[in-house]
Design a protein around this ligand. Structure first.
Ligand code: NDP
Length: 373
């Protein structure tokens, strides 16, 4: 049974070498009546919160996820097939998704709202690491429950091409909102504009003043001699030659921010929020590898602008999972939701895939294929 272990607690950026591949024996039967299930792991989900579990436990922040144990296999969410079961609700051959070890085979005790039998099998099973699993639920409850969106509102999504962000953007478009996303490369920005249907997008790594970027409105005119002319813009923008199309972020401000990154972006957003705006604090990946989190200058404006910021954990909402599937499955079936995955092959590739999240190497939902059958 090949496994991925944590070498030791991690400080600073996690490296591939913080995770080690080893092998142990596995007993391919479980005792009858034991309530345990032996599963073969097919797909593993790479999720940003896993970095927080690599930290030394901190008694001062007990709310953060439980740390992994050095020298032991790490765990996360995965899609698995039942090999043997002592549990009355699971039979050999059943498919499920939920918490498993990062290994080829795991022995689990199924827990309601943490393990889910897979009933819709006419989609790629890997979708249960993303679109039809935890990130899909996160996008669903984060957008519809926390953001209280209304038609015509302006919505900004950071880390917008990732597992959660790509879905939030599409839900917001379905709602009739004006949606802009940020991402860390040209390839991702193109995906946002051309595949996921965002109204506009920008590469935050190329912007020197995020506060101004979020206000930006630029119209580009193609001159008869094919010379590009800027005919209107809301701010003075130095590197004009970069723009080759109409670009409009939020000249009138942001109603809803779906927060995935934190740090400087959060500050720039608060300065651009409209009164009574809502921020769904989904995650702050820019902070996960820092020893000392960055301060947020604009926080004082939350009061003045009556902004509602709400943190949420998707696992508080899993009683709504079947409601989510009823909502999303028809859209997926009809091809009305686009979904992009970044697939790493083999358990050996898992450490690189996981740490790659913190350098933006993934394009779309990052997952690892352990076995295809
Ligand atoms: P993604 O698929 O979006 O992958 C992570 C992405 O984050 C990277 O591809 C990268 O994209 C971006 N990123 C990495 N480092 C930085 C940085 N320093 N600054 C800005 N962006 C960075 O991940 P998920 O969609 O799975 O997760 C998105 C967020 O949602 C995370 O914060 C995560 O913790 C949170 N989350 C919260 C849940 C909840 O219940 N509240 C549940 C699930 C996720 P780029 O190239 O664009 O920089």
């Amino acid at each position: 049974n090949k496994q991925v272990l944590l070498r030791d607690y991690v400080t600073g950026f996690a490296n591939e070498s913080d995770l080690v591949i080893t092998s142990t024996n596995v007993d391919l039967r479980v005792p009858k009546g034991s309530m345990t299930v032996l599963v073969k792991n097919l797909f593993l989900s790479c999720d940003p919160y896993m970095r927080n579990r690599m930290r030394k436990p901190d008694p001062l922040s007990p709310a953060t996820a439980q740390s992994f144990t050095p020298g032991m296999p790490i765990s996360g969410l995965g899609v698995s097939k039942v090999i043997d079961s002592g549990h009355p609700d699971y039979r050999e051959g059943d498919l499920l998704w939920g918490a498993v070890g990062w290994e080829e085979y795991s022995v689990i005790t199924p827990i309601p709202n943490l393990h889910f039998k897979i009933h819709h099998t006419n989609f790629p099973l890997s979708y249960y690491t993303g679109l039809l699993g935890m990130p899909g639920m996160t996008a669903y409850v984060g957008f519809y429950e926390i953001c209280s969106p209304k038609k015509g509102e302006t919505v900004f999504v950071s880390a917008a091409s990732g597992a959660v962000g790509q879905l939030v953007g599409q839900f917001a478009k379905m709602m009739g909102c004006y949606v802009v996303g940020s991402a860390g490369s040209k390839e991702k920005v193109d995906l946002l504009r051309n595949k996921f249907g965002f109204d506009d997008a920008f590469n935050y790594k190329e912007e020197h003043n995020l506060v101004a970027t979020l206000k930006r409105q630029v119209k580009i005119l193609l001159h008869p001699q094919n010379k590009i002319k800027v005919i209107a813009f809301s701010m003075s923008i130095k590197p004009i030659k970069r723009f080759s199309l109409f670009s409009r972020c939020f000249p009138q401000g942001i109603d809803i921010y779906f927060e995935n990154v934190g740090g400087k972006m959060l500050d720039a957003v608060i300065l651009n929020m409209r009164p009574h705006g809502r921020i769904a604090a989904c995650g702050m990946i820019s902070q996960y590898n820092l020893q000392n989190p960055e301060g947020v200058y604009g926080l004082s404006l939350i009061t003045y602008k009556r902004i509602r910021i709400e943190g949420f954990n998707c696992f508080d909402y899993f009683h709504k999972y079947s409601e989510f599937l009823e909502f999303v499955v028809p859209y997926v079936r009809e091809g009305k939701i686009t979904y992009v995955e970044d697939v790493a092959e083999g358990l050996e590739s898992a450490p690189a895939a996981l740490v790659g999240l913190f350098h933006g190497k993934n394009v779309g939902k990052q997952l690892v294929v352990v076995s295809r059958d």
